[in-house]
Write a protein that binds this ligand. Structure first.
Ligand SMILES: [Zn+2]
Length: 236
């Protein structure tokens, strides 16, 4: 297996970001850019090699915590976690897993907004690696091409399956749709619960976080109002 040196973050040092500690930054969920911060060598290892390595490392974490890895219930956990990380909950890190999108001509000449709402997603907070559970609503106005409805869902799921912050997730979905559909007229609204806020830290179980991406005509108050009206309507 190829040996990869992974820089360890300091356990107690001040971060360079405005003098806050890493802990303070993590709880305040600052995010640093549109792109998920990946190293250039992120895909030098195969998925299989990554799973083998993560299983070893996760076993070490469990060992450090004093868990008995000979216990029947625990002994398979390192492998299960490794497989889940690479094949499922963080599969969206790998560009090979990006959904293939086919566009169709807008034969119906439908030129109003299309809204796909209540797309349930599960992501994970990149500061604590605990779940973010939410709903995404996406909308666009065709510039001549249309996209299969299920693909809107798949794009949301692809970007959700990364260590994330909600602001970046929102913008990544918005920019991706804008690129694919060749139009600025794209909107994304995400309403999500962060388990790092509800199950630990400040332990607020009722708050939710809403983020928006409004491109092109969606920057006008009337379009935002129209979109909000669709989101309020009960579904069939
Ligand atoms: Zn968090």
């Amino acid at each position: 297996m190829k040996k990869i040196d992974i820089a360890m973050p300091s356990m107690n040092g001040k971060n360079s970001l405005n003098g806050f500690t890493d802990d303070e930054i993590g709880d305040d969920h600052i995010f640093t850019g549109l792109e998920t911060p990946l190293r250039a060598d992120a895909f030098d290892m195969s998925d299989q090699e990554k799973k083998e390595r993560i299983a070893i490392l996760f076993e070490e974490i469990m060992n450090v915590m004093g868990l008995d890895l000979t216990d029947d219930s625990l002994k398979g956990t390192p492998n299960r976690v490794a497989k889940m990380y690479i094949d499922e909950i963080f599969s969206g890190l790998n560009p090979e897993n990006k959904p293939k999108i086919a566009l169709f001509d807008n034969k119906y000449q439908y030129n109003q907004m299309l809204v796909e709402k209540n797309i349930t997603f599960y992501s994970n907070c990149e500061h604590h690696f605990v779940p973010i559970i939410g709903k995404a609503h996406v909308a666009y106005i065709s510039s001549g091409k249309v996209i299969g409805l299920s693909k809107l869902n798949r794009i949301v799921q692809y970007y959700a399956k990364r260590p994330q912050v909600q602001e970046r997730l929102t913008n990544q979905i918005g920019k991706e749709l804008s690129t694919i559909l060749a139009t600025e007229d794209v909107a994304v609204i995400i309403d999500a619960k962060h388990l790092c806020v509800s199950s630990r830290g400040v332990k607020d179980d009722t708050s939710a976080t809403v983020t928006t991406y409004y491109g092109g005509v969606f920057n006008s108050p009337s379009k935002i109002q129209e979109l909000q009206n669709y989101l309020k309507t009960d579904h069939v």
